[in-house]
Design a binder for this molecule. Sequence first.
Ligand code: NDP
Length: 484
Amino acid sequence: MEICRSWVGGQSLPSTGERFPVVNPATGEVLTHAESATEETVAAAVESARAGQKVWAAMTGAERGRILRRAADLLRENNSELARLETLDTGKPLAETEAVDILSGADAVEYFGAVAANLNGESVDLGPQAFGYTRREPLGLTAGIGAWNYPIQIACWKSAPALACGNAMLFKPSEMTPLTAVHLARIYKQAGVPDGVFNVLQGAGDVGRMLVSEPAIRKVSLTGEVGTGRRVMAGAAETLKYVTLELGGKSPLIIFEDADIDNAVSAAMLANFYSAGEICSNGTRVFVHVSIRDRFLAALKERVEKIRVGEPLDPNTQMGSLISQSHMEKVLAYIEIGKQEGARLLTGGYRVQDGALARGAFVAPTVFADCVDEMRIMQEEIFGPVMAVADFVEEDEVIVRANATVFGLAAGVFSADLTRAHRVIHQLEAGTCWINTYNITPIELPFGGYKQSGLGRENSRLAVEHYTQVKSVYVALGGVDAPY
Ligand code: NDP
């Protein structure tokens, strides 16, 4: 595989920056090296973005939209190749990356392609002598900084609305997963996006900091941990940038006694084991009504033990590797903490090391039962395949317990009584909620968190508000009435 470089001004740009290995976490194999951007790379990206953005913003929204829709088609056409790369880079099974990662990114690019042609201001009647109107204008240069769990999807979720609104974006993927963002850049170019409108800066947190402190950049959108969110927001304050923050979570999934148990088990598994649990919105605190607890746990254990953990490129694999050895150590440490805290280990709880899997970072899907709210495994984001199940008795009680966290990214409720489901959802402090399912994130619905899980929203028409600024224009139709 060729060296993975930054992409600036429509081409790969070599730099004198440090080279770091790109590792397949499922095998430990070094796939290639990536070359970190330097201050000079960022300066070149800013310059090309300035030039590209002028050309891009001068097009009509309909023209930009047509180009973005072409890019969405190209993403779909390249699904197999991109999914394979994403699997090599992240350790996620091909069964997932082929079905979700690239296609959900394409959905975003297509959706915002349609939005681009519909960016309207308002006309405001101000009486016979005047009227006003508003324009939604681009911010100019924007930055996107991604996490490693959904690399190309995050790059699409951030760049699609940014580009639709006529901005340029400088995107930094996580240093753990640098491969696919450059392919997205190539696809944008092939579709007709002018050079400089989408640049990729490779590197670690220091490159992210360069983007945050760059005065020419007007907005930064981060997906990452809460601590990184704080640092990015503090850094952005220096140059008064807009920020969108998509951060961590410890979301509740509440299962009432009248829930369909099979569906609730399916959702709890999706909420904890998809992408080996490396999903920000996961429902990692599963509250089950005490009257159905034993039936729920029995069905859950039976199905979790059938999950096929294996080689990510094997099409039959349902759960792959975690992102790295060090992340696996962190997840295994939390499993030990759960045991020491007295949670009952229902299943899993160990590293999977059968045959070739010993080279990777595989952890068995793990369920703890009899959890209590004070346990660290009920309070801290683990970001791995570890589900914590707790009992509850009363509706009011479970709402208070579900909300007793600094996070507020997502929440789910299972109940056959839809009146109750809505009543409970309306009281949960979370930005993204589900009734009788979990973790479905269609591009048409806003996505984002309450409390320390984030600021702003991605997806849906709401994203337009986060990538435009409003200009008010007052138009006088008569003379100027001056007192002097
Ligand atoms: P990190 O916060 O460690 O990193 C996120 C990105 O920020 C990376 O590209 C990182 O660079 C970069 N970065 C680190 N420090 C700085 C800084 N000071 N200034 C600018 N950029 C910086 O998160 P992870 O990559 O470990 O991702 C996991 C986290 O992301 C979890 O908490 C998860 O919940 C959250 N997440 C949230 C989602 C949401 O939509 N709400 C979705 C997915 C994940 P590098 O890593 O290359 O050093």
